[in-house]
Design a protein around this ligand. Structure first.
Ligand SMILES: [Fe+2]
Length: 214
């Protein structure tokens, strides 16, 4: 991607995070981490068009800028949509990106699954592969124990260090370490990285290592 477009993307995410108090666990670092994983996962495919590439990179970067934990989804989507048009995106492409980033949340997908409703991933047509690459990239980011610790600390600012670590360990073991068992991660290119990510996460939990390595 041209550097001025990348700078513009970083700038938009940075300013959005400040404006809406989006903490580091869902901020620029996580956005760039998700982009990094998306780029790794894309290497398994040799037929990615420029439109699909842009859809994947921008969706990976922007996916948490409309997180309902931090802000109103409708307003967020409108803001992102207008920003994309200013970047030269078509309305159709912008609509698709909004549809992707508002339908990939693990928490929302799991809610349907837990309630026993018939489960199917949303249909994004020719961008279905892009959707799953971005969704997988986001889930691979969740193996960072430091990121989970930051999230726990932000949402439990009353808690002791022991309580924050207990919550971190609970989220990692109950949620993240079950992504594969429960079928949320299924792309071979992602599964190949899971054993090493899980081993490192177990080490970080054991040693209470909260260095957020990017
Ligand atoms: Fe995310």
């Amino acid at each position: 991607m041209e550097s001025h477009k990348l700078n513009s993307l970083h700038d938009f995410i940075y300013k959005t995070c400040i404006k809406y108090n989006i903490d580091e666990s869902h901020g620029l670092k996580h956005a760039l981490g998700t982009v990094k994983w998306a780029e790794i996962l894309m290497k398994a495919h040799t037929d990615i068009s420029i439109n699909e590439y842009n859809m994947i990179i921008y969706s990976a970067a922007l996916h948490d800028m409309c997180d309902s934990k931090y802000r109103n989804i409708g307003e967020a989507c409108e803001e992102i949509w207008h920003w994309l048009l200013k970047q030269g995106w078509t309305q159709d492409m912008s609509n698709t990106l909004i549809n992707i980033i508002t339908s990939m949340s693990y928490t929302k997908l799991k809610r349907k699954w837990v309630l026993g409703q018939p489960f199917a991933y949303p249909n994004h047509g020719i961008y279905q592969r892009a959707y799953h690459i971005v969704r997988h990239a986001d889930l691979l980011e969740a193996y960072s124990v430091a990121r989970c610790y930051i999230y726990s600390k932000y949402h439990m600012n009353w808690a002791s260090e022991d309580e924050i670590w207990a919550e971190t360990e609970y989220i990692m073991k109950e949620r993240v370490f079950n992504y594969v068992n429960h079928g949320w991660l299924f792309l071979d290119s992602a599964l190949a990285h899971v054993p090493a990510l899980e081993a490192e996460a177990i080490r970080c939990i054991k040693e209470r290592d909260k260095n957020y390595v990017f």
